[in-house]
Design a protein around this ligand. Structure first.
Ligand code: PLP
Length: 354
């Protein structure tokens, strides 16, 4: 039986997507060739790329609104510098909500002045700063919608006249937002979309072409747009699996439908964390992530017992990030509600036993 996979990333994908993807490795499109041994310029793969790009825009409600979707390589980590390379002329504003924002800031500093508008470092990134001002002369404002490591999630985005850039790696396609408020969205595929190796970039075209520096081709969004996301050989397998996941999501009813399920999963687990005296939530209640729930045991003495119990129940990937400790239950789109129930049952059994 498949394990209940709470891994933070790479993470769980829908079983039917894995099934279709594995079939395509042997025989894609009934051509008696593998998906990964045909030309990326062949019609069947060009169709895959086109479909993946259009599904991404469709699900985000951005079709016909001046946006382009690209599937690039180098992970979200490359987007930390690529976004700045393409958009930062003199000064940019960054909200620091932890590790990923920190890394984005470090890269952006190579290209101009970075104003850190607020940081939650004072409390080890266990909350989302709320009161801050974005300089109106900034080239853009950058934020991380969901902090995968600490388990915080932005529920509100600031109103600002400057372009908004957002790292949505760990909560893209998980909840409804007005995505047209964002000028650039990027997300590594391996959290909520597909295998590692592809990064989705959604960019409003009018935001581009405004910096004076020369941008190397591979790092230039406009080059990738002009080549329909095929400037060089794209990561064909991750793009194909992402396309299958986006199809699965569309058939399910899109983001509105998955958001409801994600809310149920989060309510179930956080409800138990709050009710059960043996567990404590790590982050401020109003900033709790619906994707990554972080919690600790009230007493370390129960650690070995709890660890044995959840592993025996078929739960995988519950250990917290090495920089935080404790536990982290990642509940990405493909994780069924039943898996969360299994974890909650284990937490209740521990309480009875203790
Ligand atoms: C995982 C993650 C990243 C890093 O992604 P890579 O694809 O490994 O470069 C960046 N930002 C967030 C929010 C993440 O969760």
């Amino acid at each position: 039986m498949k394990k209940h996979n709470f891994s933070a990333g790479p993470c769980i994908l829908p079983q039917e997507v894995l099934q279709k993807a594995s079939e395509a490795i042997i025989n894609f499109n009934n051509d008696n060739l593998s998906l990964i041994e045909i030309s990326h310029r062949s019609k069947p793969f060009v169709n895959v790329m086109e479909k993946a790009r259009s599904l991404a825009l469709e699900l985000l409600g951005l079709e016909g609104k001046g946006y382009q979707a690209l599937f690039l390589q180098g992970g979200a980590s490359t987007q930390f510098l690529m976004s700045a390379y393409n958009l930062l002329e003199t000064k940019a504003a960054y909200l620091n909500t932890g590790t990923w924002s920190d890394k984005a800031i470090k890269e952006a500093k190579l290209f101009g002045e970075i104003v850190e508008v607020a940081s939650s470092k004072d409390k080890n990134f266990t909350y989302i700063p709320k009161d801050y001002t974005i300089p109106s002369d900034a080239d853009y404002f950058h934020c991380t919608s969901n902090n995968t490591i600490f388990g915080t999630q932005m529920k509100h985005f600031p109103k600002t006249n400057v372009p908004v850039v957002c790292d949505m790696s760990s909560d893209i396609f998980s909840r409804q937002l007005d995505f047209s408020k964002f000028d650039l969205i990027y997300a590594g595929a391996q959290k909520n979309m597909g295998p590692a190796g592809a990064t989705l970039v959604v960019v409003k075209e009018e935001t581009l072409g405004k910096v004076s520096r020369t941008i190397p081709s591979m790092l230039n969004y406009q080059v990738h747009i002009s080549k329909d996301s095929m400037f060089n050989t794209p990561p064909v397998f991750p793009v194909y699996v992402s396309m299958l996941t986006l199809e699965w999501l569309k058939n399910l009813g899109g983001i509105a439908a998955i958001e409801k399920i994600n809310e149920q999963k989060a309510a179930l687990l956080y409800g138990e964390i709050d009710r059960n005296p043996l567990f404590n939530g790590v982050v401020a209640t109003e900033d709790r992530s619906h994707m990554n729930a972080t919690f600790t045991l009230a007493t370390d003495e129960l650690k070995d017992t709890f660890d044995t119990m959840w592993k025996e129940a078929g739960v995988n990937g519950l250990n917290g990030h090495r920089s935080v400790g404790g536990y982290r239950a990642s509940m990405y789109n493909a994780l069924p509600l039943e898996s969360v129930q299994v974890l909650v049952d284990v937490m209740q059994q521990l309480e009875k036993r203790a």
